[in-house]
Design a protein around this ligand. Structure first.
Ligand SMILES: Cc1ncc(C[n+]2csc(CCOP(=O)(O)OP(=O)(O)O)c2C)c(N)n1
Length: 461
């Protein structure tokens, strides 16, 4: 049951995940035996495949490799996802590991012979249009998508967790699209890869312009929340060799984005430690090859809107169901892969999974957890209920302040923890640390407003 959140997330995010669920044997089911729940199809339609092969029977061992290989194949299919392998055990529950049945040489058990996905060549007239490429989570082949944008000479507006960045990347497209530039730069064609970035401004901008919408997604996935897709592609298309990009188009985007970036730097330099400044600083200063895990809600947005686009920084986020649960554990899992890892997380999400800190001090990982502590859910202060409700009601139902000392909490788990009062204290160093950055929810909304004003001043209303 505890695995359900992970199953939901992996389903929506297209992450291969094999859930092996230990179960009671059939004779103990439905007879009020202790600690026995119905695990059959426990995760409903969230899993790509469910199987319950029964209590292991050595006389059937010739089927085991096929079962394991099938489970793997179902999880790693074209649109990957979770599978549940329900495994009942009968007492005694201790024993010795036996011999596995022989494999098929060194190779895999099954070979999948598929026709493969053909990359179509785009129509020259379409390539000549004013277009943008948008990349979100679940982008299958981020390098090919970045190359497509470069070959077309179109700006690339990418959610950092898409892993997509290239010569035409437009960092900070959200603040840019809050300016008058948005009106002047309406596209005729949009090619989207994967899901949509977090930016509502981007979605509203697209809604407001007539354009042809092409969507690239793995077969079995349908990322089209706006119901506007006209062409669905299951592979990244290519551009005819003789296509000549219109340099002025992407140049105009780059110049405007640079002006907005400079305005943001200037505005942030003039204020004390802030949430957007931390997002910008981490994306700028983490070492090459680092992984930055971002939590819903504002960290994902602040990194998308105010982060620096870098090809040598991998950004990951649980953006399937956007859950704020399990995010500390996600970061620990990411750090176990060996790269220098940082987690940017709000205080509520941190508290939700503080048990993810258990045993962390003894792990051989490099993980810095930066907690933006605005004493509650900061995202809700951006919504209309902040002004429509009285402050006490808002705080009770949305703000949800907890008043806890997060440095003391992390210290109780044996993890080194500090309160940060200057941005330079976020500089990377190896080992495990929790750095708590105190911020204020109302000040944060006001600062986001001033950053928009600064962007407008830089490129026009
Ligand atoms: C498991 C789960 N429960 C509830 C929510 C709804 N929710 C979205 S953001 C949020 C508050 C997050 O607060 P915090 O982690 O402090 O980040 P901030 O909003 O300040 O960026 C909540 C409760 C969710 N996304 N996932």
């Amino acid at each position: 049951v505890q695995l359900h959140a992970a199953a939901v997330e992996a389903d929506l995010a297209g992450v291969p995940l094999i859930l092996c669920t230990a179960d009671r044997p059939p004779e103990l089911r439905d007879v009020a035996a202790p600690q026995t729940v119905d695990q059959t199809h426990l995760f409903g339609r969230s899993v790509r495949f469910f199987t319950d092969p029964g209590v292991a029977d050595p006389t059937q061992s010739s089927t085991w490799r096929s079962l394991a290989a099938r489970t793997w194949a179902e999880a790693t299919a074209e649109w990957p996802g979770p599978v549940q392998l329900n495994l009942p055990f009968r007492e005694p529950l201790v024993g010795r590991v036996g011999e596995l049945p022989p494999g098929r040489g060194d190779g895999p058990w099954h070979q999948r012979l598929a026709a493969g996905r053909l990359a179509p060549v785009l129509d020259p007239a379409l390539c000549a249009a004013r277009g943008v490429v948008i990349a979100g989570r679940g982008t299958d082949d981020p390098e090919a998508v970045a190359t497509l944008a470069e070959d077309l000479g179109w700006p690339l507006l990418a959610d950092p967790s898409s892993g997509c960045s290239g010569d035409t990347s437009i960092a900070g497209f959200d603040p840019l699209l809050r300016t008058g530039f948005a009106e002047r730069a309406r596209p005729d064609v949009v090619i989207r890869a994967g899901g949509m970035p977090a930016s509502k401004v981007l979605a509203q901008w697209l809604d407001g312009c007539e354009h042809q919408d092409l969507v690239i997604a793995a077969p079995g996935w349908w990322p089209d929340p706006s119901h506007t897709a006209a062409v669905l592609l299951d592979a990244v298309p290519t551009v005819p060799d003789d296509h000549e990009p219109v340099e002025e188009w992407v140049e105009a985007w780059k110049v405007a984005a640079q002006a907005v970036g400079a305005a943001i730097d200037e505005e942030l330099a003039g204020v004390p430690l802030s949430e957007p400044a931390v997002a910008r600083y981490l994306t700028r200063t983490l070492p090459a090859g680092a992984v930055l895990v971002t939590s819903s809600s504002m960290p994902v947005r602040d990194v998308e809107w105010f982060g620096i686009t870098r090809q040598d920084l991998r950004v990951v986020a649980n953006r399937g169901a956007n859950g704020i649960d399990g995010v500390v554990s996600t970061a620990v899992g990411a750090a176990l892969a060996g790269a220098p890892t940082a987690l940017l997380i709000g205080d509520v999400a941190f508290l939700h999974d503080s048990n993810g800190l258990l045993g962390l001090a003894d792990r051989d990982v490099d993980l810095t957890i930066v907690v933006l502590d605005n004493d509650g859910g900061g995202i809700f202060s951006f919504l209309s209920q902040r002004t429509e409700l009285s402050t006490p009601r808002f705080e009770r139902y949305f703000g949800t302040p907890h008043g806890l000392d997060l440095v003391a909490l992390a210290t109780a788990y044996g993890v080194e923890a500090h309160r940060v009062d200057a941005i330079g204290q976020l500089d990377w160093r190896p080992g495990v640390r929790v750095l708590v950055v105190p911020t204020d929810r109302d000040d944060n909304v006001a600062l986001h407003g001033r950053l928009t004003d600064a962007a407008i001043e830089a490129v026009g209303a």
